[in-house]
Design a protein around this ligand. Structure first.
Ligand code: HEC
Ligand code: HEC
Length: 454
């Protein structure tokens, strides 16, 4: 099971960017990091983590190497107790009150690569801190050993408020949600829930932590979900320039273009109908499911990109080849299903291609956009809405051509860029201080066949 070099070139189609590379390099930040107390990650280097000679002059990742990962622990519970300007109170389920020890434990689990089958994949490998808790470098996610995932990794900022999770709303709580990525064959690929529980119980660095956080309870199907949910509930990003202007009445917090852009957003552009706001706060999502036509487009392969004969495939950073789509089909381990959105959950034909409205908070940081990462820039998204989406028999009646002028488009984009939360640098600094699962062979925590007890 253990390989010393984790570079997989097995399938052309899947290995757009080597996952081993991504597992080893966590986020680069554009925000300011608090470096008062440096976190030393050098001891986390293990086999497969040495990437010398792997980057080329043609390829530069925006991720930060483990050795350069620096952070300092923050007291994130404050955000959930007193949400930043622009956000409503955080709903906390009665069965899982928020405590510091649960948040700390959840954070440790979130960054721990050992929760995956081959110790390469943590939650944070796809939800990368300060790549907006998404992955800016991939349209759709890639899991263990380069396996393709159907959708784009959504941001986890402000995920605490979502009543239904995933873009088709198939999950009902953060507590439950965690088991899906952990046990999905194409994500972290743990063979079962029990396998994860067994592994955590055997890793000595978890000794006592669950017991402390959960009144003596050990790692189990409930407490693992509760800890991860607690950490995610603190990932609140608001108090943006827009919030300071609109909710905080600071006249100069944004410029005139943003103010005009808000006018387009809430007027001619009609964006506010789905990306909703309340009087004292705004999530910018109605949490409902709509058909913008994008899913339809992909389903029927009407996309020009998809109908071309070849695909440009990245074999390794900086190394590209054009491969015929026939060949890719032939070597693909799995064919991803057609993405019918909400229909997958309700089986109601009218729900085909409906996806949950995404929040617009922090969109500056969360490219590429939409459920399939179709658009690289906000301008592309705006042009898409301006054209009236993609016509299809189930297109939402709320989507129609807008006839925005160039100035209106620019202003709308300026408004979207004003929604970046001021709390983010602190969340990222805290994330960088988290251990990521020790991969050194000398380390007694190294979990492999024998230590799993088989
Ligand atoms: C291989 C990449 C990958 C890994 C690893 C991963 N996720 Fe995700 N995550 C995704 C994708 C892709 C989606 C959207 C899937 C969908 O809508 O069907 C998602 C969705 C979510 C959502 C729902 C967000 C929303 O807007 O509805 C949450 C919460 C979440 N992930 C948390 C986690 C946690 C916790 C872990 C670790 C236990 C994790 N993820 C591991 C890729 C990943
Ligand atoms: C009919 C409801 C509706 C209207 C009107 C609407 N949106 Fe959306 N928006 C959605 C849905 C649904 C998604 C998610 C689509 C997907 O994932 O394929 C979305 C996604 C987005 C995203 C991508 C967010 C991300 O993180 O990927 C942006 C940006 C966006 N909308 C901006 C706008 C703007 C700007 C307008 C007005 C011009 C607008 N929307 C109007 C429903 C709507």
């Amino acid at each position: 099971m253990r390989h010393s070099a984790r570079i997989h070139f097995r399938t052309f189609a899947a290995v757009l960017v080597s996952t081993s590379f991504c597992a080893a390099v966590f986020a680069q930040t554009s925000g300011e990091l608090d470096t008062q107390k440096d976190f030393d990650a050098s001891h986390t280097q293990g086999p497969g983590d040495v990437k010398e000679g792997y980057e080329s002059k043609d390829y530069q990742t925006r991720s930060r190497s483990l050795l350069k990962r620096r952070g300092v622990k923050k007291d994130l519970i404050r955000f959930a107790q007193n949400p930043p300007l622009g956000l409503p109170p955080v709903p906390i389920p009665a069965g899982n009150p928020l405590t510091r020890s649960k948040i700390d434990l959840g954070r440790k689990l979130f960054f721990d690569r050992r929760l995956s089958i081959n110790d390469t994949f943590a939650c944070a490998t796809c939800h990368i801190p300060e790549q907006g808790l998404t992955n800016n470098e991939m349209r759709t996610a890639v899991g263990v050993e380069g396996r393709s995932v159907l959708r784009n990794s959504p941001t986890l900022y402000n995920v605490a408020y979502l009543a239904r999770l995933f873009l088709d709303g198939r999950e009902i709580s953060l507590e439950n949600q965690v088991w899906q990525p952990m046990t999905s064959h194409n994500e972290m690929a743990a063979p079962s829930i029990g396998w994860v529980i067994n592994k955590i119980r055997r890793m000595r660095d978890y000794d006592g932590l669950f017991e402390k956080a959960f009144d003596g309870a050990e790692p189990n199907i409930l407490t693992i979900g509760q800890a991860l949910a607690s950490y995610q509930r603190t990932l609140l990003a608001a108090d943006s320039p827009f919030d300071r202007w609109y909710f905080g009445n600071q006249t100069n917090a944004v410029d005139e273009s943003v103010k005009r852009g808000f006018g387009v957003f809430s007027g001619k552009g009609q964006c506010i109908v789905c990306h909703t706001m309340q009087k004292e706060h705004a999530l910018f999502t109605d949490q409902k499911f709509h058909n913008t036509g994008l899913g339809f487009l992909i389903s029927f392969n009407k996309d020009s990109e998809e109908t071309s004969k070849t695909t440009r495939v990245q074999l390794a950073p900086g190394v590209f080849v054009d491969v015929s789509n026939e060949k890719i089909k032939a070597v693909s381990q799995q064919k991803l299903p057609n993405d019918l959105g909400l229909y997958r959950v309700t089986e109601n034909p009218n729900d085909r291609w409906r996806f949950r409205t995404q929040s617009l908070r922090n969109v500056e940081l969360t490219a590429p956009y939409m459920h399939n990462g179709k658009f690289d820039t906000l301008r592309e998204v705006i042009d898409f809405y301006d054209r009236g989406g993609i016509p299809n028999e189930l297109l939402s009646p709320l989507i129609f051509p807008l006839n925005l002028s160039e100035q209106e488009k620019q202003d709308l984009e300026a408004f979207l860029l004003s929604l970046t939360g001021s709390t983010i640098p602190e969340i990222v600094a805290d994330a960088f201080a988290a251990p990521i699962g020790d991969l050194s062979l000398e380390d007694p925590n190294w979990a492999h066949e024998e230590t799993l007890g088989y």
